[in-house]
Design a protein around this ligand. Structure first.
Ligand code: GDP
Ligand code: MG
Length: 264
């Protein structure tokens, strides 16, 4: 690290993996797969659920926001709709987050990863004060990496792909944490096209220009912004359903954690 006094007892483990992505990208299924993979590979994982509104989780969580905050009651008490209820629940949980950090610190020697699932609507976590507080609390105590899950089959159109990448880009610059793009659902569609677009922005521009529904000047400028963004991240193809790509994913997380230790 850069030797900040505040992080003098900073350790390399556990690595915090915050899983974010558009609703439906497969975050929860991917989390389930990561948990199974850790069990099968003798990786010591700890699992955290930050989605107060989820009804059933396919995996067991060691720390669950639902144990502390009752989302339905928060909605009633503050007269809120679903998103307001999730946001307020997250705010309430964020005020106690130092306790969560201490729990992890106490177990740090027995843990390799803390896997964190976030609420379905991505902006509730990525653009809220409490999301920022939670992310900061993690990142000031442990190496922390963002795993951005992409619905690969749904990103096959250049314009959708660009929107998704711009969103990931905004998260990278907002959190300033290492980011891994997990191109999910490669059992349905391979992510080769994405790698090609990321590798060579002229190929991508040609694809956008062929899509007449978009201003090509804007797309041209944005693809240059993204070109810079791609240099700052790692990308892997995964399938939460078949388990493909798990090794690649954890390798990318390890490399990102190393980068974190060097940079922060
Ligand atoms: P979340 O909203 O991001 O948490 O997404 P979910 O985990 O609930 O998944 C959304 C949908 O995508 C569900 O129908 C999943 O079964 C499906 N899904 C998730 N991952 C994969 C995958 O790797 N392959 C395929 N074919 N479907 C997936
Ligand atoms: Mg989910």
């Amino acid at each position: 690290g850069s030797g900040q006094a505040a992080v003098s007892n900073f350790k390399r483990k556990p690595v915090i993996v915050i899983v974010v992505g558009m609703a439906g990208s497969g975050k929860t299924t991917f989390m389930h797969r990561l948990v199974s993979h850790t069990h099968e590979s003798n990786i010591r994982g700890y699992v955290m659920n930050l989605d107060p509104a989820v009804i059933t989780l396919p995996f067991g969580a060691n720390i669950d926001i639902r144990d502390t905050v009752r989302y339905k009651e928060v909605m009633k008490q503050f007269n809120l709709g679903p998103n307001g209820g999730i946001l307020t629940s997250l705010n309430l949980f964020a005020t106690k987050f130092d306790e969560v950090i201490s729990v992890i610190e106490k177990r740090a020697d027995q843990l390799d990863y803390v896997l964190v699932d976030t609420p379905g609507q991505i902006e509730i976590f990525t653009w809220s004060a409490s999301g920022a507080i939670i992310t900061e609390a993690f990142a000031s105590t442990f190496p922390t990496v963002i795993a951005y899950v992409v619905d690969t089959p749904r990103s096959a159109s250049p314009v959708t792909f660009m929107s998704n990448m711009l969103y990931a880009c905004s998260i990278l610059y907002k959190t300033r944490l290492p980011l891994v793009l997990a191109f999910n659902k490669i059992d349905v569609a391979q992510h080769q096209f994405a790698l090609e677009w990321m590798e060579d922005f002229e190929t991508f521009q040609a694809a956008v220009n062929a899509d007449s529904s978009y201003s090509s000047n804007l797309a041209q400028s944005l693809s240059l912004v993204l070109d810079e963004f791609y240099k700052n991240l790692r990308s892997v193809g995964v399938s939460a359903v078949t388990g493909a790509g798990m090794k690649d994913f954890f390798n990318a997380i390890e490399a990102s954690a190393d980068e974190y230790m060097e940079t922060y």
